[in-house]
Design a protein around this ligand. Sequence first.
Ligand code: NDP
Length: 314
Amino acid sequence: DKYFADPLRYDGGMKFERCGRSGVMLPKVSLGFWHNFGGVDSYERSREITHYAFDHGVVHFDLANNYGPPYGSAEETMGRLMDDDFAPYRDELFISTKAGYDMWPGPYGNWGSRKYLMASLDQSLKRMHLDYVDLFYSHRYDPETPLEETLQALVDIVRSGKALYVGISRWPLEATKFAEQYLRERDVPMLIYQGRLNMLDRAPQEEGILDFCAEKGIGFISFSPLAQGLLTDRYLNGIPADSRMSKGKFLKESMLTEELLAKLRTYNKQAQEQGKPLSQMALEWILQQRGVTSVLVGASSAQQLQKNLLCVNS
Ligand code: NDP
């Protein structure tokens, strides 16, 4: 069945926020493809989530070369979605991808070399059936590769037209400062920093990343804003069989200590007192922090995404 986007997709209440000092507006809620979009997942389910997203103004989709599993398959899903549904809407979408973690065997499929970044982006474009991405990230800081090499690759990627903007993810503050200056001096200003900020993990705030981004006009997008589902009602009464903690390897049962559960129950009680679900309170908290542009949520169903959009209008 053919997809026709909802004509009222920008009238349903999504709010857009300027990304630092740039021309780019991002939806306050963006959608991540780390889980639920791989070759192991149901294509129809992934498709339904993206339709719900786009129909409600969630126009920013965030990917990386190795999202899946298997590696590359989330981008292949994106490519299939472009063919099936989204090609007519390409210019309404803001699509990002990244390279930096393990992707293919050997020394050229990991970390931060020019060799890796250039080849990886070419592969990503092929898998996604795109001519360019809106945003390309260095997915992590590489302590071995000269920062100049990684950053010059980002500059050249923008000059080649394969990405419109660049960003960095999970870089420490000092390297971020170096990157900001290097990129600015070459007229390819850093659009955005992607880091983990949520009620359970405030490192980017404590380390000064958020303040630095705010001062320099760099956007900030928060990944795992629900701490992979912990900051929802998902684990308050046991571990559901269909949850990430049951199925995946990234959210371990050992994390769910009595101490953490007590904290989650306290947060849940606060949320109830405010008449909202914990997930909504958790996302609102992030959006209230200085310098935050968007929360980058994951969802295993359109219903979860719907619930996650409640934070937009508070
Ligand atoms: P979240 O913290 O939003 O966790 C998403 C998961 O939580 C869902 O898959 C679902 O898991 C559960 N969930 C979501 N909404 C609800 C709800 N309303 N009620 C109950 N459970 C809910 O984000 P992710 O950890 O998925 O990360 C989001 C995105 O951030 C990624 O897709 C990726 O794009 C990016 N990211 C970037 C990283 C980086 O290094 N730059 C690292 C990690 C993520 P369940 O399966 O249990 O239903």
